[in-house]
Design a protein around this ligand. Sequence first.
Ligand code: ZN
Length: 261
Amino acid sequence: MQKIPEGLIDSHFHLLSMQKKEIESIKLLEEMKLLSMTGIDVGVDCDDLKERALLTQSYPFIHLSAGIGPWGVGDDNPPIQEQLDTLTSLLDCHTVCAIGEIGLDNYWKYGTKELQEQLFTCQIDIAQERKLPIIIHNREADEQTFQILEQYSFKKRGILHCFQGTQELADLAVKKGFFISFAGNLTYKNNQKIRDILTSVPLDHLLLETDSPYLTPVPMRGKPNTPLNMIHIYEMASSLKAISVESLVLQMQTNFQSFLT
Ligand SMILES: [Zn+2]
């Protein structure tokens, strides 16, 4: 196995979803600690924060976010207000670095566009009230995401996670001070469009992530993803940006600190 440099940052992963794919969290967290890795375990539902806080309590290098993704308006979910109340009561008891992932998904078409938008903007308001940044999920909803981003003047620098949107959306996000985070699909053969957008994003607006357990990068495809695969995403980004992996490691650390403060 190749030597992984120390201090890589994975801006977006899901420990509980990895557990469901039989990736043992404590073993993984110990390996991340040995490599001086850091990153964000990202929330997906209104009530997952407590379990994740417990799981990571001995690993202070893991930051937590909490939020309800667009799947929250899918069938069989409690009413939006009930979910938001659950989320805010958990936010009152636990420290988070961001609200997310929140956003829009026209690929899976959860609920309706209007309901997704309502859930999204209510949580932007929660983030603004609490002076927290947001982590945005956008799948095939570029125009709607663009319109919502345009309306707000954000108090904190958010993240557009697993970016696969248009150049216009990337440009607006940069203008709004956001970070654009790229995942393992950056390494997929047919994704030249995403590589071109990464090349265009200013280095100080860039973040990288695995979105584990999803989107396993080349050459590890076929297995569930983990943050230990970050190096493959760093290598692709470093070649696209024509800088060394070492410089990119330092730049990502600076950017991540900027996101957290
Ligand atoms: Zn995610």
